[in-house]
Each structure stands twice: as structure tokens, then as C-alpha cells.
Design a protein around this ligand. Structure first.
Ligand SMILES: NC(=O)c1ccc[n+]([C@@H]2O[C@H](COP(=O)([O-])OP(=O)(O)OC[C@H]3O[C@@H](n4cnc5c(N)ncnc54)[C@H](O)[C@@H]3O)[C@@H](O)[C@H]2O)c1
Length: 333
């Protein structure tokens, strides 16, 4: 058996983590032969809930889980971590402005970045789920300068899964028969779900999504809107935000980063822009990436970008630049 991997889940007393930790512990992310040490972090007011979650995780009696630590101490939590799933964040409360939420969350990720910089492994891989996920991930990386920037990412896989599921339902195929959808930009309502390079496999034939759907107006209109606003629709219906689907997407994100994606396929991840597709360098922006079995990835190059796509990609980049400026102001004062 391999050495145990140390996996940190923050926001461990919250609803996403409640679905996430079982999937991680059961082997569906790192595989059936990879032992794990799980670290669960939350904040002091949630200590009692966290203790209950710890009891339940023990009671799952998962053979791959060699050790579970539940803590409210950031330094203890981040020590020697291999993979961090940063789910914990301050939820938006009634009457709270977007900028107040951003300010509260940016401080969390500044502090966690600094902790990571001091005590985590230098090859740690990080996915930020807590919103605003892109900007939180970027702030975290800025305050962890000794860790390579490529090791930080944010979750847009839920948006990709939503796009894939919408097309699959429309065409009447299984979701795995819809490939290479792309989410560009911010995990927010300005994101651009793009199917212009995506394919559908139906009756043994691979065709473009446009050819399979045969409804350009839907693909350029309601489809995009549905994916962009799906989070809000779930909150409206459930009175709680997406949790099961967010946990599943977090597992998909890390599994594909860890093990690599299939030949000819790509996945969407928020990663630091290297200037590809003229997206400003240094922004945490969702791109199509090819992940590899050595836990690295590269941004897929050479995709054609229509004027329609360009405008949407630039709009979501602009929102991210504004978020970053607001976040830096909070961090520096
Ligand atoms: N990127 C995505 O696709 C996506 C999808 C769904 C939800 N989200 C976001 O994920 C986050 C978590 O969602 P949830 O439904 O689990 O929320 P939740 O409120 O149920 O749980 C959040 C948990 O984080 C904890 N927390 C707060 N500050 C912390 C800190 N400094 N360290 C550790 N833990 C801390 C809270 O105490 C709470 O237990 C939210 O920000 C939500 O908006 C992102």
C-alpha cells in the first residue's frame, strides 16, 4: 500500500463537506489503493457540530481512512497537507452587500494562504470551493508565495456538470456522451458556458452539440442562462445552496487533476491565467485544461473563439478584475 495522503477539508461542519468527506474517504477520488489521513477544519463556534461529524466519519468504518483529525486550529489543519479542499467560507446573510461578503471571505483565504505557506507541503494541490471561489483562490495563492501558483485552482466543475447535464437531457443521451463543454471565467452569473467545441455521441456517431441539438437560439440563449443561474434556482427551490452536486463536482475536479483526463478530453478548472486566449495574466479564470497523471495540467490551446464568445469571455474577465481589486483593497488595509 502507498503512503497515506493527507487531505484537508475545510468548512467540515457545513453541508457540502457532509457529502464530500464520505466520497473522498470511500476511495472515489484517489482510488481504491490510496490510504488517507483526513483533516477536518471548521471554526470554534461550530466545534460541537464538527465533533458530531467526526463521530459519523469514524462510524463509516472506511478501510482507506487511516486517521481522522477534526480541529478548529488552522496551523494544525494545514500541517503537511497534500491536497486541500477549501470549502469553508462565510455564507451570505440577509441584507449583506456583495462587497461585505467578499471582504469577510477574502480575510479567511488570506489567513489560510499564510498558514499553508508556513506548514503545508510545497507540492500541495488546492481547490477552492467557498465563494467567491475564483478570487478566494487567487488571494490564497498570493499569501502562499512559496507554493507554485499552478497548484491553486477553484471549482467550476459544477458549472461544467450542469452544462453537460442540460445538453444530455435536451438530446436524450447519457451525460458521459456529452464531451468537452467549457466554462470560461468566473464561478458567477457572468460565467460563459460554451458548447461550440463540445460533442455528443449518439447512436455510435460523434457530432457537434450544435448539430445534435438543432436549436442555436436555445444554445445561445436559455441554455447559457440556465447554467449561469442554476445555483440561484437550487437555492430558491431547496432553501439551501447546492451541496450534493457541489461535493460531487469537487470530487470530479480533484480526481481528474490527480489521475489525468481521458485522451482527447478536457475539463474546466479555474486556474491562474498565463495570458492564454488574451485573458489578463494572473487572473484566476476558468479555462479548458488537460490534466495529466503526474498531477499537472495545461490550458488547452488553439480553440477558435467567435465574436459571440469573445464578448462573453471578456465580460467575465472584467468582473474578476473588479473582484480582485476589491479583494486587494481589503487585504492591504
Ligand atoms: N464553487 C462552487 O461551485 C460552489 C457551489 C456551491 C457552493 N459553493 C460555496 O461553498 C461554500 C460552502 O457551502 P456550504 O453549503 O457547505 O456552506 P455551509 O454554510 O453549510 O458551510 C460552510 C462551513 O464553513 C465554515 N467556515 C467558515 N469560516 C471558516 C474558516 N475560516 N475555516 C474553516 N471553516 C470555516 C462554517 O462554519 C460552516 O460550517 C459557500 O461559500 C458556497 O457559496 C461553491
Amino acid at each position: 500500500m502507498a503512503e497515506p495522503l493527507k487531505v484537508l477539508i475545510t468548512g467540515a461542519a457545513g453541508q457540502i463537506a457532509y457529502s464530500l468527506m464520505f466520497q473522498v474517504g470511500s476511495g472515489s477520488v484517489f482510488g481504491p489503493n490510496q490510504p488517507l489521513k483526513l483533516v477536518l477544519l471548521d471554526i470554534l463556534p461550530m466545534k460541537s457540530v464538527l465533533d458530531g461529524v467526526l463521530m459519523e466519519m469514524m462510524d463509516c468504518a472506511l478501510p482507506l481512512v487511516k486517521e481522522i483529525v477534526a480541529t478548529v486550529d488552522e496551523t494544525e489543519a494545514f500541517t503537511d497537507v497534500d491536497v486541500a479542499m477549501l470549502v469553508g467560507a462565510m455564507p451570505r446573510r440577509e441584507g449583506m452587500e456583495r462587497k461585505d461578503l467578499l471582504a469577510a471571505n477574502v480575510k479567511i483565504f488570506k489567513s489560510q494562504g499564510a498558514a499553508m505557506d508556513k506548514v503545508s507541503k510545497k507540492n500541495i494541490k488546492v481547490v477552492v470551493v467557498g465563494n467567491p471561489a475564483n478570487t478566494n483562490a487567487l488571494i490564497c495563492s498570493k499569501y502562499a508565495p512559496s507554493i507554485p501558483k499552478e497548484n491553486f485552482s477553484c471549482l467550476t466543475r459544477l458549472d461544467q456538470n450542469r452544462a453537460q447535464a442540460q445538453v444530455a437531457a435536451r438530446v436524450g443521451v447519457d451525460t458521459q456522451n456529452v464531451g468537452n463543454t467549457i466554462i470560461w471565467g468566473n464561478h458567477s452569473s457572468t460565467q460563459f458556458p460554451d458548447v461550440s467545441h463540445a460533442t455528443v455521441t449518439k447512436d455510435g456517431k460523434v457530432v457537434s452539440v450544435y448539430e445534435a441539438v438543432k436549436d442555436d437560439d436555445w444554445l445561445k440563449g436559455d441554455f447559457i442562462k440556465t447554467v449561469q443561474t442554476r445555483g440561484g434556482a437550487v437555492i430558491k427551490a431547496r432553501k439551501l445552496s447546492s451541496a450534493m452536486s457541489a461535493a460531487k463536482a469537487t470530487c470530479d475536479h480533484i480526481r481528474d487533476w490527480w489521475t489525468g483526463c481521458a485522451e482527447g478530453k478536457w475539463v474546466s478548472m479555474g486556474v491562474i491565467s498565463d495570458g492564454s486566449y488574451d485573458i489578463p495574466k494572473g487572473l484566476m479564470y476558468s479555462f479548458p485544461v488537460r490534466t495529466k497523471p503526474d498531477h499537472t495540467y495545461e490550458i488547452v490551446q488553439g480553440l477558435s473563439i467567435s465574436d459571440f464568445a469573445r464578448a462573453k469571455m471578456d465580460a467575465t474577465a472584467k468582473e474578476l478584475q473588479e473582484e480582485l481589486a476589491a479583494a486587494m483593497e481589503v487585504c492591504e488595509h
